[in-house]
Design a protein around this ligand. Structure first.
Ligand code: ADP
Length: 607
């Protein structure tokens, strides 16, 4: 075989080498979605270019004919592969069913058969003679109808691919537009060269292969500069574009392959960041880069301060992207803006702190005021009793009822202030629990003696149902007394001409004493039931005027039960009556209350 190096082969050779390199590069990344559409196109191009290079260097008729025929494999492959590329790139690969693919391949295969089999060759090319008169031999040939059919088919494929890509261009992002532009340029140049050679016949030389140098360079630029292999198809990208959360895709070199509009809006940036290293894009927030470096998977909250002084907060999660073989191909960054959430959180915290401070101030005020009020009140009560006693002896009986009224009102006020003081002490966590051992029947008798006058006032009957084994209890006697007095006082207040029953039982299994206060009075509505343990809540104001009270008794009783490790429950039916059940441990345990320094202090009592 006669080989000779000719200058005309140089650009084709360079284009071949670039195309081979790109084919190998794309093949190695064939698992990536972007590589697949490129592969058939690159293969066709390589065959065409290699055939063309060897044809240009072969000075022997047979060798030249062989390489000319060989390169036709590429010639017929490229337009069809181009059409397939345009479909796959715009996410229409579903059209390429097996049946459609077979249809697409009929023409290229037929062309090759016509060209390669001698009886049919005539149909493709009427004559083909090698002109060796000049320094660069060339074929003088007369195309047959087969050639024109092949050309028409190829041009049809090229046009269809162009139309599909141009339409995809309109719908895509700037990154995809750059990729599509590169491909359109890469295809347009050799196509023009081909038109000049085949249709216009400006020169006997076919410059199409030489012009593939532009194609190879365009694709190389596309692969290395605009991530042509790593691309995500357009439709998928549209889904990402519509997302409210930010999505950023980084490649192995930490370049930004994808950044959806949401993330660009969040950080006040444009699509210019595409293709740039993330380190450059986020250079003004170095701590941020440091925080995420070397952590392929992480989740964190970050705050960015912008030029206008505004600070925004984000929830960022970083996860690795791997290919089928588990090789790291990049990273996925999901960004969720939480600025408003943070602002609401901060104002809620502020409001909570303000409310707590106000509540503490209120409790301190009440505690102080209660003390201040009680001292003069004690004097009023004491002196009104004294004057009452003396006035009878001095013969001023007339003023006795008025003095009694002063005494009763002052007692009522004293009771109310006592309740307010108790509640404010509980809320300020300053209420002490004093545990003592005492006889339960003794306590019950004392309470009963106290409430008897109240019960009798509304013509009520008082029943006692005490188990014989009540024995002793170890708890805060004063608090238990107050609870029972409250419950029995309420029962007497809200019942008239009915029965009030106090029952007490010991449950050895749970170690609790159960006190039940039952009445046949007014009852409590369902709506009120949820509120009666809240301070200052009463069934209705008109009732209050009849029965008096402040709405504090149950609030205090339920807090006391809690402090003694027990519970209080209520059941009621309007018009039928109410039952309160108090369960308290026979042996109350002391829980240390939080101390000022370490949160807990030894020996201090609960609340
Ligand atoms: P008050 O000082 O008003 O009695 P309490 O906290 O003891 O305050 O009770 C709150 C409200 O619960 C009462 O105003 C009343 O409406 C309702 N209540 C409590 N006990 C009874 C009861 N035995 N029967 C009907 N209503 C009751």
């Amino acid at each position: 075989m006669n080989w000779k190096f000719t200058p005309i082969a140089i650009p084709v050779l360079i284009a071949s080498l670039i195309a081979i390199f790109m084919l190998v590069y794309t093949w190695q990344r064939r698992s990536m979605r972007g590589a697949r559409p490129l592969l058939p196109l690159m293969m066709g191009l390589v065959i065409w270019l290699v055939g063309s290079t060897l044809e240009a260097m072969a000075f022997d008729y047979n060798a030249r004919l062989f390489w000319s025929n060989f390169q036709f494999i590429g010639v017929v492959m490229v337009p069809t592969a181009w059409f397939m590329f345009s479909l796959m790139f715009t996410d229409r690969a579903a059209v390429l069913t097996r049946a459609n693919l077979s249809l697409l391949l009929i023409m290229p295969l037929l062309t090759l058969i016509l060209l390669w089999t001698s009886p049919w060759q005539q149909f493709f090319q009427v004559s083909k003679v090698l002109n060796t008169t000049g320094p660069n031999p060339y074929w003088e040939w007369v195309p047959g109808p087969g050639f024109w059919i092949h050309t028409a088919y190829s041009y049809l494929m090229l046009i269809a691919g162009f139309v599909i890509l141009v339409r995809g261009y309109r719908q895509s992002s700037r990154l995809h537009r750059r990729q599509i532009s590169v491909m359109l340029l890469g295809a347009a140049v050799p196509w023009i060269a081909n038109i000049l050679f085949v249709v216009v016949r400006v020169s006997p030389f076919d410059y199409t292969p030489i012009s593939f140098l532009i194609t190879a360079l365009a694709i190389a630029w596309g692969i290395f500069k605009v991530g042509l292999v790593e691309i995500t198809p357009i439709i998928r990208k549209r889904v990402i574009d519509e997302m409210q959360d930010g999505v950023v895709v980084l490649d192995e070199q930490n370049r930004i392959l994808e950044a959806n509009p949401a993330v660009l809006r969040m950080v006040n940036m444009t699509e210019d960041v595409l293709g740039q290293p993330i380190d450059d894009v986020l250079a003004r927030w170095p701590e941020l880069l440091k925080r995420f470096r070397g952590r392929p998977r992480s989740q964190d909250e970050v705050s960015l301060t912008f030029d206008n002084g505004e600070t925004r907060h984000y929830q960022v999660s970083l996860s690795p992207l791997r290919d089928k073989n588990d090789h790291l191909t990049g990273q996925l960054l999901m960004v969720h803006e939480i600025t408003r959430l943070k602002q609401t959180e901060a104002s809620l915290l502020e409001a909570k702190e303000a409310a707590e401070a106000a509540s503490r101030a209120k409790s301190t005020f009440l505690a102080t005021m209660s003390h201040e009020l009680r001292t003069p009140l004690a004097a009023i009560i004491g002196y009104s009793e004294l004057i009452q006693e003396r006035s009878e002896a001095w013969g001023y009986e007339k003023i006795v009822p008025h003095l009694k009224q002063i005494g009763t009102a002052a007692q009522g006020l004293n009771f109310l202030i006592g309740n307010i003081l108790d509640l404010s002490k509980i809320e300020a966590e300053r209420m002490d629990v004093i545990l003592t051992e005492f006889s339960v029947p003794d306590l019950v008798n004392e309470v009963i003696n106290n409430v008897k006058p109240q019960v009798a006032k509304n013509n009520n009957l008082l029943e006692l149902d005490l188990a014989p084994d009540l024995a002793i209890m170890h708890t805060d006697r004063t608090k238990l007394r107050q609870i029972l007095l409250n419950l029995l006082g309420n029962a007497a207040k809200f019942t008239s001409e009915g029965t009030i029953c106090l029952a007490a039982r010991r449950n050895n299994a749970t170690g609790c004493l159960m006190f039940t206060v039952r009445d046949t009075g007014e009852g409590i509505s369902d709506e009120m039931m949820n509120k009666i343990f809240q301070p200052f809540v009463q069934a209705d104001s008109s009732f209050t005027r009849v029965h008096g009270g402040s709405g504090l008794g149950l609030a205090i009783s339920s807090r006391f039960c809690e402090m003694l490790g027990g519970t209080i429950e209520v059941q009621s039916q309007v018009g039928e009556g109410t039952t309160f059940v108090v369960k308290l441990p026979v042996q109350a345990a002391l829980t240390p209350r939080p101390g000022p320094e370490n949160g807990r202090s030894e020996g201090a009592m609960q609340q």
